[in-house]
Design a protein around this ligand. Sequence first.
Ligand SMILES: NC(=O)c1ccc[n+]([C@@H]2O[C@H](COP(=O)([O-])OP(=O)(O)OC[C@H]3O[C@@H](n4cnc5c(N)ncnc54)[C@H](OP(=O)(O)O)[C@@H]3O)[C@@H](O)[C@H]2O)c1
Length: 425
Amino acid sequence: MKSAAARDERMLREALRLAARGEGRTHPNPSVGAVVYRGDRVLGRGTTRPPGGPHAEVVAIDQARRRHGERSVRGASLAVTLEPCDFHGRTGPCTEAIVEAGIGRVVGGCRDPHASVSGRGYRRLRARGIEVVRLLEDRCREQHRGFISVCERQRPWVTLKLATTLDGRIALAGGESRWITGPAARAWGHRLRERVDAVLVGSETALADDPELTARRDGRVVRRPIRILLDGRLRVPRTARLFQPPGETRTWVLCRKGARGIARVRAQAERVLAMPTPAGERIDLQRAFERLAVEGLTTVLVEGGGQLAAALLRADLVDEVHWMIAPSLMGSDGRPGLGPLGLESLSEIVRIDPLEIRRRGPDLHVQGRVVHRSPGSGPRIEGARRAVDGSRPRAGRRKKATAGEVQEARRSGRARRARKERSTR
Ligand SMILES: NC(=O)c1ccc[n+]([C@@H]2O[C@H](COP(=O)([O-])OP(=O)(O)OC[C@H]3O[C@@H](n4cnc5c(N)ncnc54)[C@H](OP(=O)(O)O)[C@@H]3O)[C@@H](O)[C@H]2O)c1
């Protein structure tokens, strides 16, 4: 009995490994993993295909049938990282495919929080006489955190990556920043790009570094995530690498509604997301990320620069940080890795917990989860946090004022009142 439970867990962990393979390729759908097995023998494996293609359960069942014959799956077990869907979308319901295949047991990971599933998938399977066992809920939520973030917070999971010197600088005063870290840290940055739906940079970074934002291994492009440029005033020229090669770019531009030159950018970019922005204010990042979720993105990697990183932290929009620290110093005339956070007391400090530290060649890689300050920004993902450190979720703190509100309030000396108003809205 004990060994059967251990086997189920082993198979679900194999399904998690398969799910990780599809990261960044299935949005707006989650990248699910599935394994069909009988005893210790794996009959079929599956990862969700890009949108329009079959879900992981169907891929695994089809593979088992192809390799071992039509009848091989009857009475077999299926381990799957996310609750099977029970509705007609671009594909048929997975619950129907499972019932029709004659699967006898389902070992399910986390519940699917999508309004059209939300427990219905597991209920349907049980109602059709299939035994359902639930395992590794937290670990599976962690795997599907992007999709879960969109379902529960209406915005993608946001990862911030920065590379700084030991004294927290990202560029010389003149703007030169390449390269602060060594090849091992940079290679790891490319691995991160392989696993997300999109990579985002601020306009100053695009102007200073002219980045390509592709995922490369040994100089070879292995993936082209969607590239997002936050360029309120459309200052980045059409010759920028982000717009190359012409006509083939998967570049989205977030700009102010009515920005000059928008027609030109529409001809170059795959999408232009024009955000209504009052004069004198910056684009509202909360709204911008909600818009990215509507456009189907579930995970976004932000690669700087310092102003954008600080604005995101002020708005409590960062979930995860990857900070590469080089053993070098630039001095206070170097550009800071983080712009101002506008904190007034130490109790407002941004905390990272849990934290992991690794060596990447000569550099340090500090990785962790941002402790969200407001209930709406993260606690429902806390299941994922628990999976990492085994701790219980913390109560959220009140929501801080947005970047625009802080700036405006500070100018007129009303910072305290602005935050209070926001917290009671
Ligand atoms: N070492 C590293 O890891 C690393 C990574 C990236 C960059 N860098 C370096 O960092 C420097 C650039 O960083 P930076 O801090 O000056 O600029 P940045 O963060 O790349 O871009 C800031 C710009 O983004 C636009 N923006 C639009 N909406 C915004 C909002 N809500 N909040 C903040 N910005 C918004 C603003 O321009 P508009 O008003 O025109 O929209 C703003 O000037 C370069 O020297 C680059 O080489 C280093």
